[in-house]
Design a protein around this ligand. Structure first.
Ligand SMILES: CSC[C@H]1O[C@H](OP(=O)(O)O)[C@H](O)[C@@H]1O
Ligand SMILES: Nc1ncnc2[nH]cnc12
Length: 293
């Protein structure tokens, strides 16, 4: 299977990983444009980790302006085999107060102005996405959270809104009624692109607020969110330390096949494929394109 490398995308409030040793900056060249930052390689114990701050250094990028394709592409090029996303989120459940970590298992995509696929004219692919999260990564995260006494829950749907404004009360009520447990602005199309790049993906959705559905609540407010995020940051670091400490040396096969998502997904006939697009797909789809000829 090859050596495992844990990719970590840091969200709001998580702009570096001071817990890494032997740190170096990696190349950020990508045919998909400019990623949020240069990926940082380091180690936690023997586990190789590659970190990327989603909003860039100093939180430069709004959710709609992040180049999610370039981010996933450079992580794939850096040898990442498994990807964990850290994300601040609002909660739609009384029983998920600020400070709770939710290991979501579903997404609802409400974004509308983002590039959401590596594929398209010249090479069309349709990956399966009914189960968007890698259950083995969730199980590892849940074990790490339990060992670190971090309040957490396994399962739930994350609704991804376009933003950057927070929800109205009506939107908040509608997302809750749709069955979402949490809301954020960044996990789509990130999770879709991870699947297309054959990267098993899991999210640590860290609750910072109750969004705007509770009548007694004022609604999401960024300074309060960032204050809670700073408190969550310490827990996130402990979670990652524990996760990495117990991470397997060899990449473990994803039980739902995320790491082979392209095996039957590419539908364009080989003679109709656009060589320029195939060249751009060298990292994300290289394995599948090579084995399928
Ligand atoms: C700064 S609060 C709103 C912001 O935080 C979340 O980002 P991330 O998922 O990267 O932690 C949320 O999605 C919004 O982008
Ligand atoms: N209430 C909220 N809505 C959207 N994104 C968020 N990130 C943190 N809290 C949020």
């Amino acid at each position: 299977m090859g050596r495992a490398t844990l990719g970590v995308i840091g969200g709001s409030g998580v702009y570096d990983l001071s817990l890494l040793t032997d740190v170096r900056e990696l190349d950020d060249a990508s045919p998909w444009g400019t990623p949020s930052a240069k990926p940082i390689e380091g180690f936690i114990g023997d586990t190789r980790v590659v970190f990327l701050p989603r909003h860039g250094a100093g939180h430069r990028l709004s959710p709609s302006d992040i180049n999610y394709r370039a981010n996933v592409d450079v992580l794939k090029r850096a040898g990442v085999t498994d990807l964990v996303s850290l994300s601040a989120c609002g909660s739609y459940r009384e029983e998920l107060p600020p400070g709770t970590f939710v290991f979501v298992d579903q997404f609802i995509d409400r974004t509308f102005r983002r590039e959401a696929s590596f594929f398209g004219a010249g090479c069309v692919a349709h990956v399966s996405f009914s189960d968007p999260v890698a259950p083995n990564l969730v199980a590892r995260l849940a074990r790490a959270a339990a060992a670190e006494d971090i309040p957490h829950i396994v399962g739930g749907a994350y609704v991804c809104m376009e933003g950057p404004q927070f929800s109205t009360r009506a939107e908040s009520g509608a997302y809750k009624a749709m069955g979402a447990s949490v809301v954020g602005m960044t996990n789509m199309p990130e999770a879709k692109l991870a699947r297309e790049a054959e990267l098993p993906y899991a999210t640590v959705a860290m609750v910072t607020d109750y969004d705007a559905w509770r009548p007694q609540e004022e609604g999401a407010e960024v300074s309060a969110i960032l204050a809670v995020m700073r408190e969550n940051g310490d827990k996130a670091r402990r979670l990652l330390m524990r996760l990495a400490d117990e991470f397997p040396e060899e990449h473990e096969a994803c039980p739902i096949g995320s790491d082979r998502a392209l095996d039957f997904a590419i539908v364009t006939a080989p003679e109709q494929r656009d060589p320029a697009l195939l060249a751009k797909l060298d990292a994300v789809a290289g394995r599948a394109l090579r084995t399928q000829g």
